[in-house]
Design a binder for this molecule. Structure first.
Ligand SMILES: *Cc1c(COP(=O)(O)O)cnc(C)c1O
Length: 481
């Protein structure tokens, strides 16, 4: 596809602006650029078609099945956008007097109330802009707690080997040494190895439950007890909350602090780079360290804001990505007390349905019941046919299905991690299953076809690391001449 600069023809004009009807001002030459900006010169139709074409090349949840494991790519009800676009919510400045933003404060207070109920925690801070940012904030709270207790020898954070990569990264960013604990054969944490890893240098544990294998660790109370007995605190990575919301609560599992990914569990479009929201929730004894402003409801029903007494400071701007909070609250109010656990149950049902339909044909290493997602291993398939997890994922694109997460979690080789979510129909899942069975057939009969996939996509197999690390975002005008 041609770039907009390549379509440019010198002198072609798109006259949208009316003639100037106010006096022209001469600016000081020092303030002006010396040459004209090199803007593309195209017609209105060309510009409109160009961006429509680009939009068609993107793939999102509105285009088709998007079972990207660990990401909860559910449908985002459009009514959320309407609510978040209300003038009273958008036409406001964060430095306005508190008396003039009472509606927003009530919205935050209400969202906080629901999230406390769902998580079993006592306080919520909305400042972090994503899950990983919430992890960083939560681990800083754990650090602040140990420092306040003058218990500064604790320099280790324990993370299971099935963890999302952001967990060890957050532990390291907060200055901790990360200790990895292996999983047992059921996919849960190995209790003996955990007990051997803890000590008076343990600052805390980071854990997601259900974990990235989609497995709920039944020893969770024992696990949090082992950490607490050693004097550490327990951090819950709430990215998988979609599987358990309204059913079990991290606060009741023994966790002290956690984040939620509002953009995953509580339905905000994500994957395109934001904005997201990763609120941190904690128990009372950590609330005094929370960053940002705390909202208090006064006796007369009005709201005020104050910083927490021993706040760790700010981790982001003002009150976080406020409109994502508005969307999450809209979603929560739409679903209500019955709808929230029902969504979780349907997410689990859909994952189990899809897994049951595939388990005779594909190898599922940790198969003792899953919650919201499951992980296939293509090790056998690759041994027999040469077709890898990558080939299977790329082939799905040719059938209009977004690939699952691959090569993660690290403890499953040739991993393909599917999370269908509750918003997919039986027909959509049945179709994906039949496509996966067809791909397996092709692996044996025509593996070359799969090595070359995708055949119908604009971009086939880019160097993903290079694309992320060295994106080319400027047009090279020199090249053109
Ligand atoms: C998505 C995810 C994260 C990170 O959340 P972001 O919002 O992408 O920063 C952390 N842990 C798990 C298990 C996740 O799935």
């Amino acid at each position: 596809m041609e770039l907009i600069f390549e379509k440019s023809v010198a002198g072609k004009k798109l006259a949208l602006l009316p003639d100037c009807d106010v006096p022209e001002v001469e600016f000081d030459a020092a303030l002006c650029r010396s040459s004209k900006p090199e803007l593309p010169e195209v017609s209105e139709t060309e510009i409109s078609r160009h961006y429509s074409k680009l939009a068609h090349r993107a793939y999102g949840v509105n285009d088709g099945f998007y079972p990207l494991g660990s990401c909860t790519m559910k449908y985002n009800p459009k009514v959320n956008e309407d609510a978040a676009a209300l003038e009273g919510l958008t036409d406001i400045h964060p430095l306005q007097p508190v008396s003039s933003m009472q509606g927003w404060l009530e919205l935050y207070d209400t969202a906080e109330m629901y999230l406390k109920e769902i998580t079993g925690m006592d306080a919520v801070c909305f400042q972090p802009a994503a899950g990983a940012h919430g992890e960083f904030t939560g681990i800083q709270l754990i650090k602040a707690y140990h420092v306040a207790n003058n218990d500064i020898k604790r320099n280790k954070i324990i993370v299971p080997d099935s963890a999302h990569g952001t967990n060890p990264a957050s532990g390291s960013m907060c200055g901790y040494e990360v200790v990895s604990v292996p999983s047992n054969e059921d996919g849960g944490i190995d209790l003996e190895q955990l007990a051997a890893a803890v000590g008076d240098d343990t600052a805390g544990l980071m854990l997601t439950n259900p974990n990235t294998l989609g497995i709920f660790d039944k020893n969770i109370l024992k696990i949090t007890e082992i950490i607490h007995d050693a004097g550490g605190l327990c951090y819950y990575d709430g990215a998988n909350l979609n599987a358990v919301m309204g059913i079990v609560r991290p606060g009741d599992m023994g966790f002290d602090v956690m984040h939620m990914n509002l953009h995953k569990t509580f339905s905000t479009p994500h994957g395109g780079g934001g904005p997201g929201s990763g609120p941190v929730a904690c128990k009372d004894f950590l609330a005094g360290f929370l960053p940002g402003m705390r909202i208090d409801k006064k006796a007369d029903g009005t709201y005020d804001m104050t910083a927490a007494e021993n706040t760790i400071g700010s981790v982001g701007e003002f009150y976080g990505n406020a409109l994502v909070v508005a969307k999450a609250l809209t979603y929560l109010l739409t679903l209500g007390r019955e709808g929230v656990p029902e969504a979780a149950r349907n997410a689990v049902l859909n994952a189990n349905y899809m897994k049951a339909k595939l388990e005779k044909e594909y190898d599922i290493p940790y198969d003792k019941g899953c919650l919201h997602e499951f992980v296939i291993s293509a090790v056998e398939l690759k041994k027999e046919t040469g077709v890898s997890a990558m080939d299977v994922a790329k082939s799905l694109i040719d059938y209009g299905i977004h690939p699952p997460t691959i090569y993660f979690p690290l403890i499953v080789h040739e991993a393909l991690m599917f999370e269908p979510t509750e918003t997919e129909t039986k027909e959509t899942i049945d179709n994906a299953v039949s496509v996966l069975l067809k791909i397996k057939e092709d692996a044996y009969s025509d593996p070359e076809k799969l090595h070359g996939a995708p055949h119908n996509a604009a971009i086939k197999r880019p160097d993903e690391v290079k694309a992320a690390r060295h994106p080319i975002v400027r047009y090279d005008f020199e090249k053109e001449e």
